[in-house]
Design a binder for this molecule. Structure first.
Ligand SMILES: NC(=O)c1ccc[n+]([C@@H]2O[C@H](COP(=O)([O-])OP(=O)(O)OC[C@H]3O[C@@H](n4cnc5c(N)ncnc54)[C@H](O)[C@@H]3O)[C@@H](O)[C@H]2O)c1
Ligand SMILES: Cc1cc2c(cc1C)N(C[C@H](O)[C@H](O)[C@H](O)COP(=O)(O)O)c1[nH]c(=O)[nH]c(=O)c1N2
Length: 178
């Protein structure tokens, strides 16, 4: 069996948090509103630390800060929906991006109920309704590995993106088209 030696030992100099954030601001990502509902109530937050994991079974991951006010609701409900935003949702992203009372966040848009009961944003670019399978603590966050049980595709191809701390439109025209 191959044992791959880690490049760094725990005592090695860590990258400064502000340098990491400044570097990560250059990466860019689609913006989503992640929602939950259930015994612990309805909650939602803006997220960019989301990606596909596997297509068999369909699985995605969501990184959730344990210090967030929504953390307990996601932990107890065990279900969530990832609602990928369109360029028309910059204000909504700001509301769900923190420090806004939860009722005020949800009052700003129209929601449907998914299979799991988590709120589905009616005009999302796409929504993934999920059961949280596995939770892996990593630093300040939990990485939530979620099994996708329903997908709802919206009417638009354009997606809201976040890069260098600003919102952008992700969509046409493609770089490779003539
Ligand atoms: N993964 C996350 O928790 C995450 C991701 C994006 C933004 N945010 C939060 O949204 C707000 C606005 O962020 P911004 O991009 O305008 O500027 P920023 O300088 O706070 O963050 C720049 C980039 O660093 C990363 N980052 C920031 N805070 C992080 C954290 N606590 N854990 C892991 N990665 C983190 C993200 O990729 C972010 O886009 C900030 O409060 C930020 O903490 C959190
Ligand atoms: C564009 C953008 C992207 C993200 C965030 C914010 C913004 C503006 N936030 C922060 C998260 O939305 C915010 O901290 C929560 O809403 C919790 O805030 P309250 O504790 O409820 O005030 C965030 N938080 C998190 O745990 N994982 C993530 O991927 C992201 N991504």
């Amino acid at each position: 069996m191959n044992t791959i030696q880690p490049h760094f030992s725990p005592g090695d100099q860590m990258v400064d948090r502000d340098l990491f954030r400044s570097a990560m601001a250059s990466v860019g990502a689609a913006v989503h509103i992640v929602t939950t509902d259930g015994a612990a109530g309805r909650a939602g937050f803006a997220a960019t630390a989301i990606c596909s994991v596997s297509d068999t079974p369909p699985t995605l991951l969501v990184c959730l800060n344990r210090s967030s006010s929504v953390y307990q609701a996601f932990k107890e409900n065990g279900v969530l929906t990832v609602n990928t935003l369109t360029p028309s949702h910059t204000v909504l992203s700001g509301l769900f991006g923190g420090k806004t009372p939860m009722e005020e966040r949800f009052a700003a848009a129209r929601w449907l109920k998914g299979e799991t009961g988590a709120p589905v944003l009616a005009d999302a670019a796409v929504s993934f309704d999920c059961i949280i399978d596995t939770r892996v603590p990593s630093g300040t966050h939990d990485v939530l590995f979620c099994r996708v049980v329903m997908v709802r595709e919206g009417q638009t191809d354009d997606v809201l993106a976040y890069h260098q701390r600003r919102y952008h439109r992700l969509g046409q025209p493609s770089l490779l088209e003539g």
